[in-house]
Design a protein around this ligand. Structure first.
Ligand code: PMT
Length: 435
């Protein structure tokens, strides 16, 4: 069960019939050990009473921007600093529009501006309101600002129609929290906010300039990212310098183009947008197995992971001790080759559009071309690594090659680079389908 002991959660409730589910959610958050304070909008009070929420949360319910009871008299700053997570369920169309525009016209909206904690929204509304371009565009803006959106589900709506717009059930919201709560630290959020400028630079192009051949809606993408760890004994392993940033940025960029992204990740300390499915693995063999079980219904496969080419043949089950008696100064490890996951996928009978990465310390173009040809890839993105380049750092440059073409993507922040690469992948994918 999800353990939220020590977590301070502000539960925001806006006006909508789904507000009744917030009561169940509140009980589940409390049962998981969280300290919860509730903020309700005026409209929400038509659906749930502050008294119910006060009794269940054990705290006064907040609604006013300025209250004499608040220690500083400024409730929103105290609450903003107190929160580890700001979870708003349900989030109405009106509320989403207000925070997408940075309005601070009630306590809950102001809190969204004042907090540095991760913000998670569970929208709920009539299907036409959800599908309206205005709402969808507001959602895109919020996603780019790293607000996590728990997409509503299909079903019978309060108005009697069937369609998308029902708020997720409290159990599903708890499950989404579980996948993020351990990873999404305030430090992460600060880092994400520091990327905001470059995110906003890309906002217009993301929203306005998306041509049909750059869209990846209804497309399943499977990706690998991060390093693998190959055990030597229970406490030591062989690994590499991959931080996972390039792969995680690409997962986000593909998701922004509408793709359904599954990310098989080696150990790293990054968070993903909630709609990206993430599966943790440790070794190359784990990664191979995870890819094999998920690849069959994917249209695109992208291997950004820095997979260890070799693993220790017989990892010791006990810690290898430094021999005190022996005068030997060396220890020999027997390494055997790991399977090439990318080559396996590309050689399937009906392979997906398969994109490899090439990390090279020299002769980037020649080596990348050789990998493109020998592994029969649809595309390869090559980068110069080592000496502060490619791995670990926040910026990167790529030379992208495909049969009959190539493009240079100049050095830039990894998220912006990933967005350019994602569009190129979408274009080449659509071109391949047409041919
Ligand atoms: O994670 P970051 O710090 O942001 O750094 C990003 C990166 C440098 C790791 C990334 O941009 C990158 O280059 N990833 C691929 C690294 C790599 O392993 O390259 P390679 O040239 O050794 O492998 C070629 C391709 O085969 C890669 O797509 C790799 O995922 C794949 N491969 C390799 C070995 C193996 N056993 N199985 C594989 O699938």
């Amino acid at each position: 069960m999800l353990n939220l002991t020590g977590k301070n959660i502000v539960l925001g409730i806006t006006g909508g019939i789904a507000a009744y589910k917030a009561i169940i959610l509140l009980r589940q958050l409390k049962a998981a050990g969280a300290e919860v304070q509730v903020v309700i909008t005026d409209a929400a009070q038509a659906f749930v009473t502050p008294l119910t929420l006060q009794v269940l949360s054990n705290h006064p319910v907040h609604n006013n921007l300025f209250t004499p009871q608040a220690q500083s008299g400024i409730d929103h700053i105290e609450l903003a600093n107190w929160a580890n997570i700001l979870l708003i369920a349900p989030a109405s169309a009106d509320f989403i529009a207000r925070i997408a525009n940075g309005l601070a016209n009630d306590l809950l909206a102001t809190l969204c501006l004042a907090t540095t904690a991760p913000i998670i929204l569970a929208p709920a509304m009539n299907q036409n309101m959800w599908l309206h371009p205005a709402t969808q565009s507001n959602i895109q803006i919020l996603k780019i600002r790293q607000v996590q959106i728990l997409e509503p589900e299909m079903g019978i709506q309060a108005c009697g129609t069937v369609g998308p717009g029902r708020m997720l059930e409290p159990e599903a919201i708890m499950a989404a929290l579980a996948s993020n709560v351990t990873k999404n630290t305030t430090q992460d959020t600060n880092r994400l906010y520091s990327n905001l400028d470059s995110n906003l630079d890309n906002l217009n192009s993301n929203l306005d300039n998306l041509r049909p051949e750059q869209s990846l809606t209804n497309t399943k993408v499977l990706m690998t990212a991060g390093p693998t760890r190959e055990p030597i004994d229970p406490i030591r392993y062989i690994s590499n310098r991959s931080s996972g940033r390039m792969g995680y940025s690409l997962a986000q960029a593909l998701e922004e183009l509408g793709a359904q992204v599954s990310l098989i990740s080696g150990p790293c300390a990054l968070s993903v947008p909630l709609s990206v499915e993430r599966l943790w693995v440790e070794t190359a063999l784990d990664m191979e197995q995870a890819v094999q079980t998920r690849i069959s219904d994917c249209q695109i496969f992208i291997a950004t992971a820095a997979v260890a080419d070799y693993r220790v043949a017989n990892p010791s089950v006990q810690k290898i001790k430094k021999s005190l008696q022996s005068s030997e100064d060396t220890l020999t490890l027997n390494l055997i080759k790991n399977p090439d996951i990318l080559a396996q996928v590309a050689s399937r009978p009906n392979p997906p559009f398969t994109v490899g990465f090439a990390a090279e310390t020299q002769d980037v173009e020649a080596y990348a071309k050789a990998k493109l040809d020998s592994k029969k890839l649809s595309m390869i993105a090559a980068n110069l690594v080592g000496a502060g380049q490619g791995f670990e750092v926040t910026e990167n440059a790529l030379l992208v090659l495909w049969p009959g073409g190539q493009r240079n993507l100049v050095k830039q922040p990894k998220l912006s680079l990933a967005r350019n690469l994602a569009r190129l992948i979408a274009e080449r994918y659509h071109a391949q389908i047409k041919s």
